[in-house]
Design a protein around this ligand. Sequence first.
Ligand SMILES: [Zn+2]
Length: 99
Amino acid sequence: MDFLPSDESHIDPLRDLAEQVENYRRQAEHLGRLMNGRALLECPACGMHEDELADMTRIVATEEMPGKDTGLCFAAMDDEEATWWCPGCGQPFSPHGLP
Ligand SMILES: [Zn+2]
C-alpha cells in the first residue's frame, strides 16, 4: 500500500480548497476592476469628467453640462492607465486615487 498516513495528508485538501477560494476571489476582483472598478476620471484643467448614470452607463460630460453625454471619451496614454488624455482640452493628466 502506498498510503502514508501523515499530518500533511490531512491538511492538504483543506489547503487546496483555501487556495482555490483565494484564486476565485482574485479573479472576481480582477474582473470587477475591468468592468467598473476604475475610478471615474476628471480633468483637472477643464473639468470634463466621467459620470455614471443610474443604469450604469458611463458618460463623459463637461463641467458646464453635467449629466449630458458628450460622446467623447478619455484615452489612456499608457498601459498602466496612470496618465489620461482629456478629449475636452487635450491635456494629459494623472487621476487621483490610483494605486
Ligand atoms: Zn480637460
